[in-house]
Ligand binder design. Structure first.
Ligand SMILES: Cc1cc2nc3c(=O)[nH]c(=O)nc-3n(C[C@H](O)[C@H](O)[C@H](O)COP(=O)(O)OP(=O)(O)OC[C@H]3O[C@@H](n4cnc5c(N)ncnc54)[C@H](O)[C@@H]3O)c2cc1C
Ligand code: SF4
Length: 490
């Protein structure tokens, strides 16, 4: 053997990362299942199951392809690498650039050499070059440049169908009595059973743990859900847990699918003529726009970004985030219970319900981030940190987004079927049945009035406070709500 190739659990693709140029005759593959992850973290068991089972399957596949693989269980990754047999001690250890600041720093300190991380469509250096030329980091301008650079849905430098952006068509509320196409339940094997048994859970069959399963999930999305993805991508409903979302983020984030394969499948299907442009553009924007932008920002903004708390939010994590029985708010009861069941909800519950509540209730950003990181199947540092700190709770004071995503109950009421059966009324801001989102929205704006006064994008919202005749009552109700939320009685 001439080299050791270290494969982190989110680099699981035979043709990318350090494996792209690997040779079974000269390269020893090492993977480490660290106790820090399996027993030291408070991760959702479904997430742990997915990460461990996908890694064990990948190790087995590499062995079948002729590689010598050492799959070690150790206290930490570094312990695992230090405990390799003595005859390998002199070999260089090579890895693709890791996906988190912390892992990068500890592997570098240990002496691991890095090759470029090509699990994304945008090299880190290229993103930095873009970011350094921007006054503010508008995702839309990055996205348009990506469309041209990657030649996706573009003809002669112009967007196909004449528009870059079909966002306005993609904000429909959920349909009533609609039957959604099925999602796959995945078949499981001995490895899955063993991991589930170890974790003391049933195999969560919603999630595949192999590349073959991930490819099946991709095909199912493209054939059955893609056409209706766009218009309803922001809708929330108790009728169906996934609507037309792709459910592909876990696979893309660990490397079982490469984003280029997903983009290619989507573009090919669109070119067949059966997919409306609003769905095609909406989906492509998520992948070549949002996903790449978020990863680029994570590296551009650096490791200290995760600790920002611009609005000085100090409240402890509310009990309802960890336990769906600790709230009577129908939206949160459903969303948190969906997370308890599957470790997944789509982007609007994450942004406009969970993060929105954390923002307007003044929950400490780092406590909220820790919970989000532990709760979702697709949570990786590079993606959670900018989405939560920047987009979700505005803890960066607007470095990423020009204004906070704060919203009252009216938004949730318009975009979901949660409110009708709820004991609270989304239109009310005072009184015992006032919707907590509505009351806390106004209270939040008033609390931070001085902070937002210089932001012209907030002018309309701030003018709204001046029109409130019952601001004092709102503030009194807000205090009671916050106390109740802390106790888990609201
Ligand atoms: C507060 C908050 C936290 C989030 N945390 C995560 C996270 O930990 N991991 C994660 O993968 N996504 C995260 N997202 C983005 C998004 O919610 C998920 O990618 C999406 O819900 C995954 O489901 P899906 O595969 O069905 O996505 P779809 O709706 O089908 O979208 C397609 C793909 O686009 C990509 N994508 C879309 N939006 C984003 C985004 N904002 N950032 C990065 N990728 C995006 C994902 O790869 C996703 O698979 C977060 C968003 C918010 C607002
Ligand atoms: S009324 Fe308010 S708390 Fe109830 S479901 Fe609607 S938004 Fe949520």
């Amino acid at each position: 053997m001439e080299r050791i190739l270290y494969i982190p659990f989110d680099h699981l693709h035979r043709h990318y990362g350090v494996l792209a140029k690997a040779d079974p005759k000269t390269d020893l593959v090492v993977m480490v299942e660290s106790a820090r992850m399996t027993t030291g973290s408070k991760w959702h068991k479904t997430r742990l199951f997915f990460m461990i089972s996908a890694a064990r399957h990948f190790a087995a596949e590499l062995e079948s392809a002729g590689f010598t693989v050492i799959y070690k269980q150790a206290a930490t990754t570094i312990d695992g690498l230090s405990e390799l047999p003595k005859n390998y001690a002199a070999l260089p250890i090579i890895c693709a650039q890791p996906s988190s600041h912390r892992q990068g720093a500890s592997l570098k300190e240990f002496g691991v050499e890095f090759v470029e991380n090509d699990f994304f469509l945008t090299p880190r250096e290229l993103f930095s070059q873009w970011a350094l030329t921007q006054k503010n980091f508008l995702m839309e301008s990055f996205y348009r440049a990506q469309r041209v650079r990657l030649n996706v849905l573009v003809e002669n430098g112009k967007p196909v169908s004449g528009q870059w952006n079909f966002d306005k068509d993609n904000r429909l509320p959920p349909r009533k009595n609609h039957t959604y196409p099925q999602y796959l339940t995945h078949t499981y094997d001995e490895i899955d059973n063993e991991v589930a048994l170890q974790l003391g859970i049933e195999v969560p069959v919603e999630w595949a743990t192999t590349r073959a399963g991930a490819l099946r999930a991709l095909r199912n999305f493209i054939e059955n859900h893609f056409a209706e993805f766009g218009p309803y991508e922001d809708a929330m409903t108790t009728d169906n847990w996934a609507l037309n979302h792709s459910l592909l983020s876990p696979y893309i984030n660990v490397g079982l699918l490469h984003p280029s394969e997903v983009v290619e499948a989507a573009v090919n299907k669109f070119e067949d003529g059966s997919i409306p442009i609003s769905s095609a553009e909406g989906f492509i924007r998520q992948l070549i726009g949002w996903r790449e932008y978020i990863n680029g920002m994570y590296w551009h903004l650096g490791p200290d970004y995760a600790q920002l708390n611009h609005l000085n939010a100090k409240r402890k994590l509310l009990p309802l985030f960890k336990d769906s029985t600790k709230t009577q708010m129908n939206c949160l009861k459903h969303i948190v219970s969906d997370i308890e069941d599957r470790a997944w909800v789509h982007h609007i519950p994450r942004l406009m319900v969970l993060s929105n509540l954390a923002l307007i209730a003044g929950v400490n950003p780092q406590e909220f981030l820790d919970w989000m990181r532990s709760a979702f199947i697709d949570a990786s540092d590079w993606v959670m940190v900018p989405n939560v700190i920047g987009m979700g709770v505005h803890a960066d004071g607007g470095q990423m987004m020009t204004k906070p995503y704060a919203a009252a109950g009216a938004y949730i009421s318009r975009m979901s079927n949660y409110c009708k059966p709820c004991k609270y009324d989304p239109k009310k801001r005072t009184g015992d049945d006032a919707c907590p989102f509505t009351t806390l929205y106004w209270d939040f704006l008033e609390r931070h009035r001085a902070e937002f006064a210089g932001n012209h994008r907030m002018a309309q919202q701030l003018a709204g406070i001046d029109r409130l005749s019952d601001l004092e009552e709102v503030q009194t109700r807000a205090r009671a709500l916050l106390a109740g939320l802390e106790k888990g009685t609201i």
